[in-house]
Design a protein around this ligand. Structure first.
Ligand SMILES: C[S@@+](CC[C@H](N)C(=O)[O-])C[C@H]1O[C@@H](n2cnc3c(N)ncnc32)[C@H](O)[C@@H]1O
Length: 280
């Protein structure tokens, strides 16, 4: 195991995959001319995650840090205007399976940034896949000043990690300077089907981890407060069950502790929230 979970602050530890707090989750995004307003088209035909279905399963099982981030990224990416050669920041990438998807499926140039997973190990992994010149592993703490030039990225993606640091009104304005005008920020975050009062939480058959787990409407209200973005397609993701099932078959000690009943709770109470914004 390359990540030392014991070094995570308590709130983060509570949300490790021993609890049902990690799941990751049809509308069609029609490619628009670069620089013009995006065109969204309703539909379900481009949301299949066949790249993930056909990927080396044992590799994914070894690198998942929760419900299958490659699958979640593939669904999220189907709503984004990703083009070959785009420079993308993959924030909170963990062991980088989201970055690998972006580099291999879309031929994007990816900066794979994470706080707790070693960039050296990520580099070895990317190099072993022939991606050393397309995926650049870096250490980054999203809560600290950004180590990037202004407007450096075409896009910022964050899968399965934004809830650790981004459930507040400060994070979007903090991150947006490194994204080009007209560029997108796409987040897939575990969330709740609806926001619960403390009383309601007490009655649940499990503890809700104390990380930023909120409903889709909570996230939308938060992002609407940010004047520098235009909200794109925000929705509950379709792949929540499949991404969770993928992960339950992994040898991770966290996944091994998970009980099948957890999946029922996941599907009943939790979802995956997709948030997309375009920098104005
Ligand atoms: C549950 S893991 C998910 C990793 C990966 N995205 C995935 O889904 O497999 C959450 C990740 O968020 C990262 N993270 C948490 N807080 C962070 C911060 N302040 N800045 C950057 N990364 C952070 C952790 O290091 C961890 O790798």
């Amino acid at each position: 195991m390359e990540i030392d979970l014991t070094s995570m602050p308590p709130t983060k530890l509570e949300a490790t995959p021993t609890s049902p707090a990690f799941w990751s989750a049809g509308i069609r995004y029609a490619r628009s001319e670069r620089g013009t307003a995006p065109v969204f088209r309703m539909g379900t035909d481009n949301m299949e995650t066949s790249f993930t279905d056909n990927y080396d399963k044992s590799f994914l099982l070894d690198t998942m840090m929760g419900p299958n981030a490659m699958r979640v990224t593939e669904e999220l990416a189907s709503f984004l205007p990703i083009e070959e050669g785009m420079r993308i920041l993959d924030l909170g990438c963990g062991m980088g399976i989201s970055s690998i998807l972006l580099a291999q499926k879309y031929k994007a140039t990816v900066f794979a940034a994470d706080l707790l997973v070693s960039p050296t190990n990520n580099y070895k992994r990317f190099a072993s896949l022939g991606l050393a010149d397309r995926v650049f592993p870096i250490f980054m703490d999203a809560t600290k000043p950004l180590p990037f030039a202004a407007e450096y990225f075409d896009m910022l993606i964050c899968v399965g990690s934004f809830h650790y640091f981004g459930a507040n009104k400060e994070m979007l304005p903090h991150l947006l300077p490194c994204v080009k005008r007209g560029g997108h920020i796409g987040v897939a975050v575990p969330g709740l089907k609806c926001d619960l009062s403390d009383d309601a939480k007490e009655k649940l058959p499990f503890d809700i981890p104390n990380v930023g787990l909120y409903s889709l409407s909570w996230w939308q209200d938060l992002w609407r407060m940010e004047g520098a973005i235009r909200l794109g397609i925000c929705r509950e993701m379709r792949c929540v069950r499949e991404a969770w099932e993928d992960w339950l078959t992994s040898q991770s000690p966290f996944a091994q502790q998970a009980v099948p009943e957890m999946l029922a709770s996941v599907v009943k109470y939790f979802n995956l929230v997709q948030m997309i914004g375009q920098k104005i």
